[in-house]
Design a binder for this molecule. Structure first.
Ligand code: ASP
Length: 592
């Protein structure tokens, strides 16, 4: 219990229960109104707002109220009184009472503010909001996001601890952990010329914890990846990270589903477990994406065989040459579809890498409208399309056709106003390829990370049929957003060395970078696997926000800068010298 202090006996939200009592409240001046001698102030603290009334009879308090401006911080003594029936305000939870103020103590005066807290309808640029993030957080949107985040985090902790997981911390100053991004480096003063890397994830430490017999580990862990920022990326972000020994994917799914369901409940959302599962190959074939949004059921269909029977040369040649004809039926997408829309769609598909696109509208009378309609007889019934639907078709090699239609599928619901078929769709995408071919570098790259185990039945073909090797790796996708991923790990030194070899990490490099892991795997390593969830993304989805920045207390801008503190910032020559680091940018020009 926090108890009373000299500043307050109650929080604003609790005042209705204290009707008739004298209370002391503390908080910010939210809004002020003067009404014929009486001054009304809405006092705000984290719990909410309550109306303060200053009557002229309380001369000193009344005079003080006259001098208050927005966001001043004060403490008041007053009596909780019921409001007159006509002045009860149903829009706020404390609206049936008000505080008749007897004394005011000013705790901190606020200068005029860069933007209003009270009127949230006024749009403020993100740069200004982040520069004054502490004021932004006083607005209900920011506060609600942090409250939800806190509740979700504790629900996740309770769930994992209930399942026997131990909260264990891992180092921030460490060696590189290969999650496929660039490292943030920290120079060592005591070991000049040597560098720490900030962890891209706790991956190697959590595996070592399994070798250490911890069996079930979790951590709400900060991760650092120096990537070019995209809308949904931050250089530092938070993962719910876990690892368990003696498990197969099913046990990992169970544990994760438990905590996701608990997290959703905190946001008033009910999700049913177990979640759907979809093999990676099937996801790519049916949805053209490894993160399909399954709140919509329309899927990619194949029309290759039928195309062979038409006189449409482009389609026929594609199929005869080993390609495919794939199609998406967009329910109702053809209702107001003009020729210009068609041209735009073709250009869009080309921008996504297709040679072209064929669009077809099923008219109200059931006839097909398309520049090539005459070749496509029976198409609508083959694909189950109805009057009003739009059909988008791509003729190409299988990978291109899938990826182009997959990208369009993600854009169509918003564009054509498709109806949500369910508010939430969580799906496990399983059996990813172990590695993917990196054309530029002409080598295999791990699809997940180098510690992911190939499926046991594929170990044999690791070198001979590499592209066909599938991994015990899985992603969790919610509403089309990849919220997390994990895998069963390699716990055998020889197999780990083969995988390193396969991805072009030679024995010497492996020893240098990961010798400690290879050594640990030789000293009694249990089979183990795990998962990591992007906490920021989950909270964003549950808060109904579009950007993770809204649910991170102090986020960075899209260029990785923090306008509040001015980080990153140049450092002095003396500091660099101490670190034995020389800058190639001798005198950085201050930004801004
Ligand atoms: N360390 C992985 C990541 O950050 C997750 C995992 O495999 O557990 O993506």
């Amino acid at each position: 219990m926090i108890g009373s202090s000299r500043y307050r006996s109650h929080v604003c939200a609790d005042t209705p229960e204290a009707e008739g009592q004298q209370v002391r409240l503390a908080g910010w001046v939210h809004r002020r109104r003067d009404h014929g001698g009486i001054v009304f102030i809405d006092l705000r603290d984290r719990s909410g707002v309550v109306q303060l009334v200053f009557h002229p009879e309380q001369a000193e308090a009344h005079a003080a109220a006259g001098r208050l401006s927005p966001e001043d911080v004060l403490s008041v003594i007053g009596t909780v009184v019921p409001r007159d029936a006509q002045t009860v305000n149903d829009r706020i939870p404390t609206g049936r009472v008000e505080i008749s103020v007897e004394a005011v103590e000013m705790l901190s005066e606020a200068d005029p503010l860069p933007f209003q807290v009270e009127d949230e309808s006024i749009e403020v640029s993100e740069e200004v909001r982040l520069t004054y993030r502490y004021i932004d957080l006083r607005r209900s949107r920011g506060l609600r996001a942090l409250e939800l985040r806190s509740r979700i985090t504790s629900a996740i902790r309770r769930s994992l601890e209930g399942n026997g997981f131990l909260d264990v911390e891992t180092p921030m100053l460490t060696r590189s952990t290969p999650e496929g991004a660039r490292d943030f480096l920290v120079p060592s003063r005591l070991h000049q010329g040597y560098w720490y890397a900030l962890p891209q994830s706790p991956q190697l430490f959590k595996q070592l914890l399994m070798v250490g017999g911890i069996e079930r580990y979790y951590q709400i862990a900060r991760c650092f990846r120096d990537e070019d920022l995209r809308a949904d990326r931050q250089p530092e972000f938070t993962q719910v990270d876990l690892e368990a020994s003696f498990v197969e994917p099913d046990q990992v799914y169970g544990v994760v589903e438990d905590f996701i369901v608990a997290a959703c409940a905190e946001a008033g959302q009910s999700l049913a477990a177990p979640f759907a599962r979809l093999g990676w190959e099937e996801a790519m074939r049916r949805f053209g994406s490894d993160r399909p949004d399954l709140r919509y059921s329309f899927e990619i269909q194949d029309w290759s065989q039928q195309a062979l029977g038409t006189d449409f040369a482009v389609f026929k040649k594609t199929v005869e040459g080993g390609g495919v004809i794939r199609a998406l039926v967009v329910p109702g997408g053809g209702r107001q579809f003009s020729r210009k829309d068609g041209d735009d769609l073709v250009a869009e598909a080309q921008g996504l890498g297709a040679k072209g696109l064929v669009w077809v509208v099923v008219s109200d009378d059931g006839s097909l409208r398309s520049p090539v309609a005459k070749f496509l007889e029976g198409l609508d019934s083959d694909l189950g399309a109805s009057p009003g639907d739009l059909i988008a078709m791509v003729a190409d090699d299988e990978v291109t056709a899938s990826s182009v239609l997959g990208a369009l599928r993600a854009r169509f619901p918003k564009r054509y106003g498709l109806e949500l078929e369910s508010p939430w769709a969580a799906v496990w995408i399983t059996d990813f390829p172990l590695v993917e071919w990196n054309v530029e570098e002409a080598r295999w790259d791990p699809s997940h990370h180098p510690f992911t185990a190939p499926k046991s039945e594929h170990v044999e073909i690791l070198e001979s049929d590499t592209a066909a090797v599938r991994a015990d790796a899985y992603d969790l996708v919610m509403n089309g957003v990849e919220v997390g991923g994990g895998s069963i790990r390699i716990h055998d030194t020889a197999l780990q060395q083969r995988v390193f070899e396969l991805i072009g990490v030679g024995a010497q490099e492996a020893e240098e970078k990961f010798g400690f892991l290879l050594q640990a795997l030789k000293l009694g390593a249990p089979p183990h696997g795990g998962f990591a969830l992007g906490l920021d993304r989950l909270v964003m989805l549950l808060a109904g926000e579009q950007s993770i920045r809204e649910v991170i207390p102090f986020p960075k801008t899209a260029s990785g800068a923090d306008p509040l503190t001015g980080a990153p910032a140049p450092v002095g020559a003396a500091q660099l010298e101490e670190l034995a680091v020389e800058s190639l940018v001798p005198d950085p020009v201050p930004e801004g």
